[in-house]
Design a protein around this ligand. Structure first.
Ligand SMILES: CC(C)(COP(=O)(O)OP(=O)(O)OC[C@H]1O[C@@H](n2cnc3c(N)ncnc32)[C@H](O)[C@@H]1OP(=O)(O)O)[C@@H](O)C(=O)NCCC(=O)NCCS
Length: 392
């Protein structure tokens, strides 16, 4: 095959591949809706537990349903011992997203039956995954730092319990609430790359775990969930940079992308970024953090250059503003994408379940798109094969 062959790929932009009743984005108006509810209203009034219920079951829970759901999640937080025993053998410098992705099949192994299952069983497995993801992330962080693993604390809510298991002390109520809001804002986002990956995998009738593991792999990339860590690396790089403007200008002149800017769907602003920017500014004022000022300089410089290039739709996205928020909460940079996953697992599970019972018969439709073949073609019989010794 000739090495000069270039392939074009539209990244499926603008292609509608399926119906979904889970979330909706209006990219022109900057609107994100989960099951009919605007993200801003959920961030103000809801909790991550309530939002996860909404995504999974399709309606907001009654008080009793919320208590029952929260209880089920709390009871499922513990991770089987063999998983942490196994993790202790893993290289301490392993990337947390690799560790998290590798851990999901281990959770699957702990289940008695793991085939294509009925909806109630899938929902229970989803509860288990939502419950255990924080335990896995915090557990790995403590293992790699030679610290004892802390068992989940039943008196604490989802976000507070994660921070406790990670940092070894109970967070103050405001920090726990802020993280809970971050989890709400990241919980679902229509057919983004990781959700599509998860849905595509389970369309083969693979298990919920296989779908979530695929979602984690897709999320880890720097054009998707991995962008928040890249944004923080950029902010740390610019912490003592006297001329942020010159650095941003040079990056763009060199054809680099500014991490945390631009979005495949939002063209007038990402509503999650707007919400998180305010949170970051508030946390910065409280802690004396300087990130808001550096972020502002990056944003102003990049947007001015984009405007001159006629690229007015490239604006800060969720990752641009979540990274400094997490940093101010004491979250290490390489755990920022795993925190995205701790939230997004709720959306993945909702989508996987929707996909698994997609059609009228309650069966998935196997994804099988086509590609335009642009490779060598010597006619319908193929090219004539010759042994290596006879090739020039
Ligand atoms: C997210 C992203 C892949 C979306 O891309 P998209 O909407 O498909 O937009 P395109 O890749 O078609 O970009 C359109 C133009 O804007 C440029 N652009 C887009 N985002 C940019 C960024 N962050 N910095 C610099 N230029 C950017 C592209 O290079 C392209 O320029 P060109 O027309 O001269 O080739 C892209 O904005 C990006 O790489 N952002 C940085 C990574 C990131 O933050 N990811 C998290 C997303 S939530």
């Amino acid at each position: 095959m000739s090495e000069e062959i270039r392939v074009k790929n539209t990244g499926l932009r603008g292609v509608t591949v399926a119906d979904s009743a889970i979330s909706f984005i209006d990219g022109e108006k900057g609107v994100l809706i989960y099951r009919g509810y605007r993200i801003e209203d959920l961030a103000k009034g809801s909790s991550f537990m309530e939002t996860a219920y909404l995504l999974l079951y399709g309606t907001l829970p009654t008080s009793d349903q919320l208590v029952d759901f929260t209880q089920k999640v709390k009871q499922a937080r513990q991770v089987p011992d063999f998983i942490f025993e196994s993790m202790r053998q893993w290289p301490k410098e392993a990337k947390p997203m690799d560790v998290l992705q590798a851990s999901i099949p281990l959770l699957a192994m702990a289940e008695e039956h793991n085939d294509f299952l009925d909806r109630p069983t899938c929902l229970n497995r989803a509860i288990g995954l939502i419950a255990r993801m924080p335990t896995l992330v915090a557990g790995w962080h403590r293992i790699r730092n030679n610290q004892p693993i802390l068992p989940p604390e039943p008196s604490l809510d989802h976000a507070a319990n994660f921070l406790y298991m990670l940092q070894g002390k109970q967070p103050d109520a405001a920090t726990a609430h802020d993280l809970d809001v971050c989890l709400i804002l990241h919980a679902d986002h229509t057919f983004n790359a990781s959700t599509f990956a998860a849905r595509e995998v389970v369309s083969t009738r693979a298990s919920l775990y296989a779908g979530v593991s695929a979602g984690l792999g897709a999320l880890s990339g720097s054009l998707h969930g991995g962008a928040n860590a890249k944004v923080m690396e950029m902010l740390l790089r610019l912490e003592n940079e006297p001329n942020v403007e010159a650095w941003v200008t040079e990056q763009l002149q060199q054809g680099q992308v500014i991490m945390g800017m631009g979005h495949a769907i939002y063209k007038t602003g990402d509503p999650r970024a707007v919400y998180l920017k305010k949170m970051g500014q508030r946390l910065g004022e409280q802690t004396g953090g300087k990130w808001a000022a550096i972020s502002q300089k990056i944003e102003e410089t990049a947007l001015a250059i984009f405007a001159r290039q006629g690229k007015t739709t490239i604006l800060p996205n969720v990752d641009f503003n979540s990274a400094p928020v997490y940093y101010l909460m004491g979250i290490p940079t390489d755990l920022m994408t795993p925190i995205f996953a701790i939230s997004r697992v709720a959306g993945w599970c909702a989508h996987i379940i929707e996909e698994q019972f997609a059609d009228a018969q309650g069966k998935p439709a196997l994804y099988r798109p086509q590609a335009q073949y642009v490779g060598e073609y010597c006619g319908p019989m193929g090219c004539e094969y010759s042994p290596a010794a006879k090739r020039k």
